[in-house]
Design a protein around this ligand. Structure first.
Ligand SMILES: *[C@@H]1O[C@H](CO)[C@@H](O)[C@H](O)[C@H]1NC(C)=O
Ligand SMILES: *[C@@H]1O[C@H](CO)[C@@H](O)[C@H](O)[C@H]1NC(C)=O
Ligand SMILES: *[C@@H]1O[C@H](CO)[C@@H](O)[C@H](O)[C@H]1NC(C)=O
Ligand SMILES: *[C@@H]1O[C@H](CO)[C@@H](O)[C@H](O)[C@H]1NC(C)=O
Ligand SMILES: *[C@@H]1O[C@H](CO)[C@@H](O)[C@H](O)[C@H]1NC(C)=O
Ligand SMILES: *[C@@H]1O[C@H](CO)[C@@H](O)[C@H](O)[C@H]1NC(C)=O
Ligand SMILES: *[C@@H]1O[C@H](CO)[C@@H](O)[C@H](O)[C@H]1NC(C)=O
Ligand SMILES: *[C@@H]1O[C@H](CO)[C@@H](O)[C@H](O)[C@H]1NC(C)=O
Ligand SMILES: *[C@@H]1O[C@H](CO)[C@@H](O)[C@H](O)[C@H]1NC(C)=O
Ligand SMILES: *[C@@H]1O[C@H](CO)[C@@H](O)[C@H](O)[C@H]1NC(C)=O
Length: 587
């Protein structure tokens, strides 16, 4: 950086550049500086206390997202009275930083991911009662949170991923728009006065705590955005006080112990796009009230006790669906052919029900499954701050998949009572990455045309009544890394070439007594072909052909969506803008 001749400079805004090297020494002379933004650069080295000595007028300091090290002793007396301090991802811990106590007038404090694993000292909550933006997420902070009803300016409050315990605090801020207490150990009941004391709340996550009892919301009102109470121990019925005035987009009550049916009023939420109710104790038939949720792109009712048929109004009305997950319920009878009207559908998960009849040939018309996942774009627009996940089984592994990524294309009808042939129309679903039809009563031959499913990475047809040969065109499926054809009545020679050489675990062909050739010990006698190089490795020395890590390339596990908040200065005072950035993937 050039020598600074700008002694009167008040605001220096260098965010999101490519500055590298150490903290510029000449900056230390800018004694008039009010705001310094160096965030999102490549600065490195150590900043010591002395560097800040001239900054007596500084009000805003944003150093986040650099590789700098702050070397500040805990009894440091800062020369400034900051209003905004953003030092996320710096190493401050493990003890609580005592000099923070000197910053009596801070309204924007972000000390997320700073390695603090201490109990919060009493002075902390006393000092910051005027705060507006408060982010201490991703530390290891312990202790309980006191009553916060005197924090009347609170707008953004993020305690995510710490070790807080005890009951949920009370809030009373008309300005509160984001409240994230997820991934802690809060316990006790959920009783939130959202409508009255936090009318502007847009995002509420209490996910992954130990909250119990029934959900007591004074009103089911969120101005906009996402409501996430997943992964707790909540009981009783879903709240049923939804109405048009709330603009909720994502609702997640999954992995609790809720019972009863789906609240009839839920579709009065005219903007609802994502409804996650999986892994509860919900029962009854799928309620037809859901048919007016026409904007839904994710409907996850899996792992409950729903009964009856898959209703035809799903294919009739929910035409925006991208994910339909009904796995592990008690659904019976036929799969309605009109599900093929879901032109955007990319994940169809009907695993472990008692569905019978044939696979509808109309499934060849599932348009979004005809192109690769990337071409369909991501599922949710990035406007809810929501860390939305869906569980899928892929290559035999059950994982959480982050919905913000371009979606995979999966059809999984396994473990039902389906019969008849595999409709040839499925061969036109060129985008399919994973097809699981195992544990049914499907019959007929595997079509030679299967070689057309070029995106296929995982194919499980095991435990059916398929017969005939394994089509040689399958050697054309060059992405295929998981295959299981066991327990059918297939016969003839296992194809060789390409990735079939890597399928060395003979269990994938087991239970087909008439199959022969590598990797089976049974040699093909009547073909006169010599099993040249294939003969080696016929034993099962290393059967980890599927552990090649390739699933990691397209299934980013545990992805966290982060969004940053930037400051803008307008004539000496500042306001902040929610700067909804690209998600950052932490794999
Ligand atoms: C503070 O300003 C004085 C006067 O410009 C200068 O001599 C000194 O080096 C500055 N201190 C720092 C840490 O830059
Ligand atoms: C505290 O901040 C407010 C504005 O947020 C300002 O008006 C006031 O002067 C500041 N007080 C001190 C002691 O800096
Ligand atoms: C939850 O918090 C723990 C630390 O308390 C962290 O290791 C883990 O990654 C967090 N999980 C999520 C999903 O953020
Ligand atoms: C879930 O709720 C049912 C009653 O609805 C109860 O029998 C069961 O013990 C609960 N399970 C857990 C894990 O709390
Ligand atoms: C697929 O869609 C086309 C055009 O919309 C229609 O003519 C055809 O009957 C459909 N196929 C099936 C099997 O439903
Ligand atoms: C296919 O489905 C069955 C039954 O649901 C399951 O056990 C198996 O792991 C699945 N296969 C793959 C490759 O995911
Ligand atoms: C499976 O489906 C057949 C008809 O396709 C039916 O006769 C049989 O009862 C079903 N089995 C079960 C366990 O529901
Ligand atoms: C394999 O793919 C090539 C081109 O991609 C095609 O020409 C060939 O016919 C295919 N082979 C089989 C057996 O499907
Ligand atoms: C398997 O197929 C052979 C003919 O390919 C047939 O004779 C036999 O009955 C079939 N076995 C079963 C269990 O379906
Ligand atoms: C293939 O499927 C069979 C039957 O479900 C199972 O026993 C076997 O472990 C599977 N093989 C692999 C490699 O997953």
């Amino acid at each position: 950086m050039a020598e600074c001749q700008l002694g009167a400079l008040q605001v220096l805004y260098l965010s999101e550049n490519k500055l590298n090297g150490t903290f510029p020494e000449s900056l230390g002379r800018l004694a008039e500086l009010v705001a310094l933004f160096l965030d999102q650069n490549f600065l490195e080295g150590v900043i010591s206390e002395e560097r800040f000595a001239n900054f007596t007028k500084l009000k805003i300091l944003d150093l986040s997202q650099n590789q700098l090290i702050l070397n500040l002793t805990s009894d440091w007396i800062p020369p400034f009275q900051l209003q905004g301090l953003v030092i996320s991802s710096y190493k401050l811990g493990p003890r609580f930083t005592a000099w923070l106590r000197m910053l009596k007038n801070v309204s924007h404090l972000d000390i997320s991911s700073t390695g603090i694993s201490d109990t919060i000292p009493d002075w902390f909550w006393r000092s910051f009662s005027q705060i507006w933006y408060f982010d201490i997420s991703s530390n290891g902070i312990t202790g309980s949170v006191p009553d916060l009803t005197n924090f009347i300016n609170l707008g953004y409050f993020n305690l995510r991923s710490n070790h807080f315990e005890g009951p949920l605090p009370n809030f009373n801020s008309l300005r509160l728009w984001l409240l994230d207490l997820s991934n802690n150990s809060f316990s006790g009941a959920v009783h939130l006065d959202i409508g009255k004391s936090m009318p502007d709340l847009e995002y509420l996550s209490l996910s992954t705590n130990n909250l119990s009892g029934e959900i007591l919301l004074s009103r089911c009102h969120l101005r906009y955005g996402a409501l996430d109470l997943s992964k707790n121990l909540l009981l009783g019925e879903l709240p049923d006080c939804w109405n048009h005035s709330s603009l909720i987009i994502v609702m997640d009550f999954s992995s609790n112990n809720l019972s009863g049916s789906v609240s009839p009023s839920i579709c009065s939420l005219g903007f609802l796009e994502s409804l996650h109710l999986s892994n509860n104790n919900l029962s009854g038939e799928l309620p037809s009230s859901l048919k007016s949720c026409e904007r839904l792109n994710t409907l996850d009712l899996g792992q409950n006790r729903f009964t009856g048929k898959i209703p035809t109004w799903i294919g009739g009305s929910l035409l925006s669906l991208k994910i339909l997950r009904l796995r592990s319920n008690k659904l019976v009878r036929n799969i309605p052919p009109n599900l093929s009207r879901l032109k955007a559908l990319q994940i169809l998960d009907l695993i472990s029900n008692n569905l019978s009849g044939t696979i509808p040939s109309s499934f060849g018309n599932l348009t979004a499954m005809k192109v690769s996942g990337e071409m369909n774009g991501t599922i949710l627009k990035n406007y809810t701050h929501c860390n939305e996940n869906i569980q899928v089984t892929i290559k035999g592994i059950y994982i959480e998949y982050a919905i913000l990524l371009p979606l995979v294309i999966i059809m999984d009808l396994s473990n039902n009572n389906l019969s008849g042939m595999i409709p040839e129309e499925l061969i036109s679903l060129f985008g399919l990455m994973s097809l699981n039809l195992s544990e049914n009563h499907l019959t007929g031959e595997i079509t030679e045309k299967i070689g057309a499913l070029q995106q296929l990475e995982s194919l499980d047809l095991s435990r059916n009544n398929l017969f005939g040969g394994i089509p040689s065109s399958m050697t054309n499926l060059t992405f295929l890394s998981y295959l299981n054809l066991s327990y059918n009545n297939l016969s003839g020679k296992v194809p060789s070439g390409n990735q079939f050489q890597t399928f060395i675990d003979s269990s994938i062909y087991a239970g087909n007594p008439d199959l022969c050739g590598f990797p089976l010990s049974q040699k093909c006698i009547d073909e006169g072909t010599i099993q040249g190089p294939n003969a080696i490795g016929g034993d099962e020395e290393n059967d980890n052909a599927m552990d090649d890590g390739s699933e990691m390339e397209w299934l980013y596990m545990g992805m966290g969506l982060r969004f940053a908040v930037g400051f803008w200065i307008v004539f000496g005072h500042y306001y902040s803008i929610e700067n909804r950035e690209e998600p950052i993937f932490n794999i």
